[in-house]
Ligand binder design. Structure first.
Ligand SMILES: C[S@@+](CC[C@H](N)C(=O)[O-])C[C@H]1O[C@@H](n2cnc3c(N)ncnc32)[C@H](O)[C@@H]1O
Length: 215
């Protein structure tokens, strides 16, 4: 029997948007689920680090790929309501999520306009957390990844109905019966849509992290 290990948030070096319950849920999934793992949207690596720590503490070898689009300033524009939208690709007319002007100026602009960009800071953070050997960083739109099956997919790219409808058919290429799909920022409306687009054998929520096993 494996020893019990409690997730220690002090081991994580990156800033991000996960609550402590969401962090614990991701860590536990990574520890007990089977690989291979795919993460879509690591940003600066908070979720990536948590998943990698769970994998490390499992004592098993689990392949882990994280895919980041690596947006630049060109991917962000104001929306009519004053929030700032993310457009992928940059000339897309559909916003894949939005944040307040304040959050954009404080949390996002300094990263995307910085010398290292998102990927530079991500790889630095993974190195500082000493988990870089456990994860392969892949750069680009996840929709361009070649089709293969993962047993665990964490998609931090399912924030609104538009993004869910656009990404769901692509996500299906990476899932099979028994795969676990985790989606962050799941509202009641997003959850209804996920249930419409995927069939889950079992599921649960930790704050806004929706976790379902594909039926
Ligand atoms: C909310 S952030 C992720 C936060 C991160 N998971 C954390 O724990 O802090 C969403 C990320 O998804 C990336 N992203 C959005 N659409 C993408 C796509 N189609 N392919 C790859 N990455 C994408 C964005 O560039 C951004 O880094």
């Amino acid at each position: 029997m494996q020893p019990r290990v409690r997730f220690d948030p002090g081991r994580v070096a990156a800033a991000g948007w996960l609550t402590s319950s969401e962090q614990r849920a991701l860590y536990s999934l990574a520890r007990w689920a089977q690989g291979p793992f795919l993460e879509i949207g690591p940003w600066l690596g908070l979720s990536t680090t948590i998943i990698a720590l769970g994998i490390a503490d499992s004592g098993e070898v689990k392949e882990f790929v994280t895919r980041e689009y690596n947006p630049t300033l060109a991917n962000f524009r104001p929306l009519p309501d004053g929030t700032i939208g993310l457009f992928i690709p940059a000339d897309s007319t559909e916003s894949m999520g939005a944040c307040s002007h304040e959050s954009f100026e404080n949390d996002i602009r300094p990263i995307v306009a910085g010398v290292q960009g998102v990927i530079g800071q991500l790889t630095d953070n993974l190195r500082r957390a000493r988990i870089d050997h456990l994860v392969r960083v892949s750069v680009g739109d996840f929709r361009e990844l070649e089709t293969r099956t993962y047993r665990f997919v964490f998609a931090d790219t399912m924030h609104n109905a538009l993004e869910i409808r656009r990404n769901a058919p692509q996500l299906r290429r990476f899932l099979t019966v028994g795969s676990i799909l985790a989606c962050h920022d799941t509202t009641a409306e997003n959850e209804r849509l996920l249930r419409e687009l995927f069939s889950f054998a079992v599921d649960f929520r930790a704050d806004s992290l929706f976790i379902g096993k594909i039926a």
